[in-house]
Design a protein around this ligand. Structure first.
Ligand SMILES: [Cu+2]
Length: 117
């Protein structure tokens, strides 16, 4: 018992340190981050501009249990995510060269988009 504790404790501490480092500063790989909140009526902002053809991170935070923002879909990218209440969820995407990159709720009622510029 004593032997296994002495082996696992250092490993545990290393793992813990790695976790803390990651959660303190999630790597964005130099991507600009766009923050979007989701409430009972939809996305705020519902449209945001981003550079065409470039990588971007969208950080979604659902702030209300009303409405149907629990699921997030990027239909053209086949991305589906659950949005827990008040927990930011980062989605890394690459913008199309032009036009819009749409995102919706799970039932396609709430609509938002990133607009390439
Ligand atoms: Cu919906």
């Amino acid at each position: 018992m004593r032997r296994s504790t002495s082996l696992f404790l250092p490993l545990f501490l290393v793992a813990l340190a790695a976790c803390n480092k990651k959660s303190d500063a999630p790597a964005t790989d130099g991507r600009p981050t766009i923050k979007v909140t989701v409430d009972a009526v939809g996305y705020h902002p519902s449209e945001a501009k981003a550079k065409g053809g470039s990588p971007v991170r969208v950080e979604f935070t659902r702030t209300s249990d009303e409405g149907c923002g629990q699921q997030l879909v990027f239909p053209t990218l086949d991305i589906k995510k659950d949005l827990p209440l008040n927990e930011p969820v980062a989605v890394d995407v690459t913008m199309p060269a032009s036009g819009k990159l749409a995102f919706t709720c799970g039932m396609d009622m709430y609509k938002g988009a990133l607009v390439a510029e």
